[in-house]
Design a protein around this ligand. Structure first.
Ligand SMILES: NC(=O)c1ccc[n+]([C@@H]2O[C@H](COP(=O)([O-])OP(=O)(O)OC[C@H]3O[C@@H](n4cnc5c(N)ncnc54)[C@H](OP(=O)(O)O)[C@@H]3O)[C@@H](O)[C@H]2O)c1
Length: 443
């Protein structure tokens, strides 16, 4: 592994092809025999530091259409938080099911799950049938894993019945020194970014792109007013940039003055601090407070000069969904990709149908959408929102930060990279965007 790391660090990428793939590697994993460890605890008391381990594991066999990547850096996504607290289900069920698909997928069904759905690194070896990528290529990976044996997936690959999220519903994820991906997950690493910066946007940037911009999502157009929940968080920090780039008007919801400041620095002018305003959309566990929905609607109109929002970028779920449906404009769209605070949503359907609003679902992104989202990063039109970087040994703390909502933007993890700031190939382009690249740093 050291030889591989040294070759990459000394820019001898051509030499990488000649190096043997190590038989084992260090990886962040959860163990099947610990999947009941948090039974009886509330969600917030489940501590990822206890369930995420860094261990040496055997390197998986490389199959047709696959690639092994030397991972320099990765990032924490909320799906790793879900895996680490075994909620809403243990991810070992996903691995068992995937293992039953074919001889090739059997290897995923193991008593440990190597997690992580982002990476930046260098291709080490490719399997039969891979022509577009070769050892030595500097890459990032998106996290859509598809089999595409069924016609259903050939219009939009997210519709493949065998669609999975790599590193969440499959094994051998990106929080490790090596990762196994399908070659159609690979994309070029933006040269102006360091390894950890390049690894940060992948999952959330692609998801926000489909959810907000793509015709498979809300199909945002210039002039649209967009309510963005968690506007300085993982998804929201990219949705905010896309709204601004696309000529839309983001109304950013955050929960502290620091977060309000950071979205303002991104260029957003309309900001709601939900903590300062003390919104309480639920009176008790079963009853929502329509007055609070109205208060939010009024606040939005105050900020927009009397307009309601065309699009609500939803992901908190149960806690906010009733309000989201209420505040959308007549004919507007509520586009949802998650339910962080609970998946049994409740809303007043009268406000939906009488006002011809639409609820639209969105999930990750197809390869084309992920490619377009990565292209925006490469062009310097969207920037990573990396706030903090941890070494792999402290991944439990990194996941706890995200679990506790104590982070901003994205939290990075160094895997093979010995320190931050390495891997930049285009210094001139970097200089042009340095302020934006560092905007979330240390906040
Ligand atoms: N379907 C997909 O493909 C997909 C992809 C990515 C993520 N997700 C899911 O989307 C969710 C968010 O992911 P993320 O990466 O953006 O996470 P994140 O970095 O934790 O950001 C979420 C933001 O939501 C806000 N929030 C939290 N609790 C809230 C509440 N009760 N009411 C209103 N806002 C609240 C927080 O902002 P403030 O505290 O500042 O308001 C937080 O910054 C997770 O459940 C994740 O699993 C789904």
């Amino acid at each position: 592994m050291n030889e591989i790391r040294d070759a990459i660090l000394s820019d001898q990428l051509d030499a990488v092809a000649g190096l043997a793939v190590p038989e084992s590697y260090r990886a962040v994993l959860v163990r099947k025999d610990e999947q009941d460890m948090f039974e009886g605890l509330t969600t917030k008391d489940k501590d990822p530091r206890k369930s995420l381990h860094v261990e040496e594991v055997p390197t998986p066999e490389l199959g047709p259409g696959e690639a092994i990547v030397a991972v320099m850096a990765s990032s924490v996504n909320y799906n790793t938080v879900w895996t680490s607290i075994f909620e809403p289900v243990s991810t070992f069920g996903f691995l068992e099911r995937y293992g039953r698909v074919s001889e090739l997928t059997k290897k995923h069904d193991l008593p440990y799950h190597v997690v992580g759905s982002d990476l930046a690194g260098v291709v080490l070896k490719v399997g039969p049938g891979v022509n577009k990528w070769k050892p030595g290529d500097e890459v990032v990976a998106h996290c859509l894993s598809v089999e595409l044996e069924d016609p259903a997936g050939h219009d939009d690959t997210m519709m493949d019945p065998q669609q999975r999220i790599w590193g969440f519903e499959t094994n051998f994820g990106g929080l490790a020194e090596l990762a196994l991906v399908k070659s159609n997950q690979l994309m070029p690493k933006p040269g102006h970014l360091s390894w950890e910066e390049a690894a940060a946007p992948g999952l959330v940037n692609s998801t926000a792109y489909r959810q907000l911009v793509s015709r498979n999502g809300a199909n945002m157009k210039q002039g649209d007013t967009v309510l963005i929940w968690g506007a300085s968080g993982g998804l929201g920090s990219y949705a905010t940039q896309m709204a601004l780039n696309g000529g839309a008007i983001p109304v950013c919801v955050v929960s502290s003055p620091e977060k309000a400041e950071i979205v303002r620095k991104m260029g957003a002018e309309l900001v709601i601090d939900r903590s300062a305003e003390q919104y309480a959309f639920w009176k008790d566990e079963n009853t929502q407070d329509v007055k609070e929905w109205q208060r939010l609607g009024k606040k939005i109109r105050e900020l927009t000069g009397g307009e309601d929002v065309d699009i609500v970028f939803e992901h908190p779920g149960r806690e906010t969904f009733g309000a989201s449906v209420y505040v959308a404009k007549k004919g507007g769209t509520i586009v949802t990709c998650a339910s962080t605070t609970g998946y049994m949503h409740q809303y007043d359907n009268r406000y939906l149908w009488m006002n011809l609003k639409k609820i639209l679902s969105s999930h990750f992104a197809n390869y084309k959408e992920a490619w377009e989202a990565n292209r925006l990063i490469d062009k310097g039109l969207i920037h990573p929102t990396l706030s903090k970087v941890y070494p792999m040994e402290e991944v439990g703390q990194a996941a706890l930060d995200v679990h506790r909502n104590a982070h901003q933007g994205k939290v990075g993890v160094l895997t093979l990279a010995p320190e931050e700031g390495l891997g930049v190939r285009n210094q001139e382009k970097r200089e042009q965007h340095l302020e934006a690249i560092n905007r979330f740093r240390g906040v």
